[in-house]
Design a protein around this ligand. Structure first.
Ligand SMILES: Cc1cc2nc3c(=O)[nH]c(=O)nc-3n(C[C@H](O)[C@H](O)[C@H](O)COP(=O)(O)OP(=O)(O)OC[C@H]3O[C@@H](n4cnc5c(N)ncnc54)[C@H](O)[C@@H]3O)c2cc1C
Length: 788
């Protein structure tokens, strides 16, 4: 209850809340505060000097690197185009000569191109050149080669992009960013690869192996979608080529060049792919599709690779990039040989029904201007999309991705036919955004805040339960208007659906980064906690003057938090399997926590799937202290399970095995004090096989090496590391032997593997799922992974 232990209790009795200087809202407010955290303002000169010398990891530097990687090849092409435009037989025609193409600029650009490519390949992600001499050579050089390109309309956009790239590089050096290069990991060879290498196979055998692999990797659905996609593109591409070559033949001499149909091919592929680009990221649509049940009990996601939505979005983006390149290259060469006729085909004032008006020039040149803006938008989006940029500074990725608005608006005017292609997906997306805004406006009450460095647990409830119907494994977006009214951060729901239905609360566990938005959120919540004691319970007085749990409005008069969700996530499909492996690393534990809670607290009692759960959690010894909430949850769930088993409320076939891997464990590490809030509640004590304190002690001092796992588990008399259904291991899991063991002991052929955590672990799991699936032996692991 609210008065337990050291709990703080804040109540918004008069509706005005705590005195608080009104914060500057919006992004500026955030950056002001961040600057303060970063050491501006009143820091002593010596302190400032010390901080100045600290190298920052590459963020803008990484963005600049990817900008330059795009500019390098562009410089070659636009340089060549300059030369072709300047020397083509049509170069004397007014339409071409007015663009001021130049052989000299072309040569300069073509010379700069390989140097750019080489420099970026060798030093791109390592260090801004000549940093030690405080001369940002790379930034200055890119600006230098950017300026001449501006003098010819042919290469204007490439010049703008090179200058932008130089500026970003300059900024990275000024910030003191230093990179370590990209580590390349070699794909480990599997036994199957070795077998294939050793035994020469016929084409038919290779096909059979490939097909078996597709089935084992659960890629049949993906294959069907991809085949349809490729066939659709090829069919539409060929159709476009045929139409335009026919047209060319019809027009005869004096018409556009043979480059024109290929430019149209690029345009057609752009139409098709740009119209699909938004669909895989329409969260509302994904939520509906993911929950779609089919006759017979299966779901749509069993057949459609819905969980690969982001991969599909990225693939479409790459195809858009290629199609745009084809479109530009062919248009540029076509224009070199047929400038007048090409311009005459573009929307022409003479062809318009309104007579002559001065602004018609804008219509005539609209495809050029909109084309340039589309190219610029793509440059910004693509250069900031790689994971190195995203992980280093999420805002760069996020803000640059918003150039999609410029991209789509200009596409609509660039080729009017795109309007027909895009009307449906763009409308869907706009509706989706409206729903997002509407969901975000709903009132939510923050019930309590718990804090054990560095994890913050936020418990809240929606005003109306039916507005937040979620499934375990799903996530939501949080916004704190005090910090920034338009900044949303995703967090997995860590409580179970039954907790909301029965006890009226939802939780999220947030790892706090002091300099980030999460740090700002914690500081803001602290304004409502003058004593600084946790847990902090919040309450308000309702219209009838009664005390009610929770508070929706913060001391600044804004909603404390806004919630947008729930949203579909891969782990939500756990209940389609009889056997599941739940894997979490660090704070990536949250979806597993929600799922285990749902199963042990609510589902098993009602006889719901899954029957068998293998849970794996990897945590650093030094971080265990911050996961006391989970230690408490495990102790509670074990007590509840013991009670249910004693009362025969759980079917005998149900089985749970939990493995905790403690990494970087040091001997003699002190057991952290157990927070009072992590003690076991009175109601569970009579049934508990262990207390949170005992579990914490065992976790901090793992005695058995993880590489002995399979051996120890096959002979439980050896087990000195078992507490209830929980096994505690020292070191990282050996996935290969774990998967082999699960496959050997399986009761059900299909095993769902739900993972949330670092990219590298996801990669290992993905390889193990393929390696240990064997359709011949009737075992198939299907991975549902989420990286954050
Ligand atoms: C589907 C999903 C579920 C998540 N669930 C949880 C959870 O349950 N608990 C938890 O602690 N964290 C979770 N995260 C990660 C969480 O969103 C980020 O840690 C948080 O947004 C960091 O913001 P920051 O400004 O404080 O940190 P920063 O210091 O700016 O960044 C820290 C890290 O978080 C990433 N990040 C920053 N902003 C965002 C954003 N808006 N969206 C996605 N990633 C971002 C950065 O790339 C960086 O790697 C989840 C992420 C995703 C994509």
């Amino acid at each position: 209850g609210p008065t337990r232990g050291q709990a703080a209790h804040t109540e918004d009795a008069d509706g005005h809340g705590l005195p608080l200087p009104r914060a500057r809202r919006g992004a500026a407010g955030v950056s002001l505060r961040r600057r303060r955290v970063l050491g501006g303002g009143a820091a002593a000169p010596a302190e400032r000097e010390r901080k100045k010398r600290v190298d920052l990891p590459l963020a803008y530097g990484a963005w600049g690197h990817y900008m330059a990687k795009i500019c390098g090849p562009w410089y070659f092409f636009f340089g060549l185009a300059n030369i072709v435009w300047a020397t083509s037989p049509a170069s004397s025609e007014e339409e071409l000569s007015r663009t001021n193409p130049s052989v000299l600029i072309g040569l300069l650009m073509m010379a700069a191109s390989p140097i750019m490519i080489l420099v970026e390949h060798k030093w791109g992600m390592v260090v801004p050149l000549m940093k030690e001499y405080k001369i940002p050579v790379r930034g200055i050089a890119y600006i230098g080669v950017g300026v001449p390109a501006l003098f010819s309309l042919c290469s204007f956009i490439a010049g703008v992009c090179a200058i932008l790239c130089g500026l970003v590089n300059l900024f990275a050096v000024l910030r003191g960013e230093v990179g370590k290069g990209i580590r390349k990991t070699e794909k480990a060879k599997t036994a199957a690869d070795d077998f294939e290498d050793a035994v020469p196979l016929t084409v038919v055998q290779r096909l059979a192996v490939w097909w078996k692999h597709q089935r084992e990797a659960d890629q049949v659905g993906q294959l069907v979608v991809l085949t349809l996609y490729v066939v659709g593109n090829i069919w539409y591409g060929i159709d476009t080529l045929v139409v335009y070559f026919d047209l060319l033949a019809f027009v005869g001499a004096g018409g556009p060049s043979y480059w024109a149909p290929f430019a149209k091919l690029g345009g057609a592929l752009l139409n098709l792919n740009c119209s699909m680009l938004l669909l895989p990221i329409a969260r509302g649509l994904l939520q509906v599709l993911n929950r779609q049940r089919l006759p017979g009990g299966s779901t749509l996601s069993t057949y459609l690779p819905l969980r690969k939505n982001i991969a599909f979005h990225k693939m479409l983006a790459k195809v858009v990039g290629c199609a745009a390149t084809l479109h530009i290259v062919c248009h540029w060469f076509n224009f070199a040989f047929a400038p007048k006729v090409t311009l005459d085909i573009f929307p022409n004032p003479g062809n318009l029904p309104f007579g002559s008006k001065p602004w018609y020039g804008a219509v005539r040149y609209a495809p050029w201007v909109t084309g340039a803006l589309i190219t610029l938008a793509m440059f910004m989006i693509f250069s900031a999309a790689p994971k190195e940029v995203k992980q280093a500074k999420y805002e760069l990725f996020w803000n640059n991705h918003h150039f999609f608005i410029l991209f789509y608006v200009n596409l609509l005017f660039h080729g009017p036919v795109f309007l027909y292609w895009s009307i449906l997906p763009i409308s869907l997306y706009v509706v989706e955004r409206c729903f997002r805004v509407r969901r975000g406006m709903r009132e939510v009450f923050v019930l309590s805040v718990k804090w054990i460095d560095p994890v913050l647990c936020l418990t809240w409830k929606p005003k109306y339960k039916e507005h937040f119907q979620f499934v375990e494994g799903q996530y939501l977006y949080l916004c704190c208007p005090y910090l920034a009214s338009d900044e949303w951060h995703p967090f997995t729901i860590s409580s179970a659906r039954g907790d909301l239905d029965l006890d009226d609360y939802v939780t999220v566990h947030i790892r706090v980064y002091p300099k980030g938005w999460t740090g700002g959120l914690k500081n803001y919540l602290e304004l409502m906690n003058p004593t600084g004691a946790y847990p902090l319970y919040l309450s308000h007085i309702d219209d009838a003057g009664r005390h009610q749990p929770g508070k929706s409005v913060g001391p600044d008069g804004n909603q404390i938090i806004k919630v947008d969700g729930p949203h579909a996530a891969p782990a939500m499909h756990y209940d389609e399997y009889n056997t599941v492996m739940l894997v979490g690393a660090g704070i990536g534990l949250t979806p597993s926590a929600s799922i285990i809670r749902a199963i042990l607290r609510h589902k098993w009692r009602k006889g719901f799937k899954p029957e068998i759960i293998h849970f794996y959690w990897i945590v650093r010894q030094s971080e265990i202290e911050s996961f006391q909430w989970f230690v408490q949850l495990l102790a509670e769930l074990q007590a509840q399970l013991a009670r249910d088993r004693a009362a025969n409320n759980v079917p005998d076939a149900n089985y749970i095995e939990m493995n905790i891997y403690v990494t970087r464990a040091e001997d003699g590490y002190p057991t952290p004090p157990l927070r009072e809030s992590a003690e076991l509640a009175e109601e569970y004590r009579p049934f508990a096989p262990f207390t949170p304190r005992q579990l914490l002690e065992a976790m901090v001092h793992p005695v058995v090496k993880s590489k002995l796992q399979v051996q120890v588990q096959s002979d439980p008399t050896l087990a000195s590391n078992r507490i209830g259904d929980i096994w505690i291991w020292n070191g990282r899991p050996d996935w290969d032997s774990i998967f082999a063991q699960v496959a050997r002991m399986r009761v059900h052929p299909d095993i769902g593997v739900c993972f949330c955590g670092a990219y590298v672990i996801g990669k290992d799991l993905s390889e193990c799922c393929v390696k240990h699936s064997d359709v011949g032996r009737d075992v198939k692991f299907k991975l549902f992974k989420e990286n954050f």
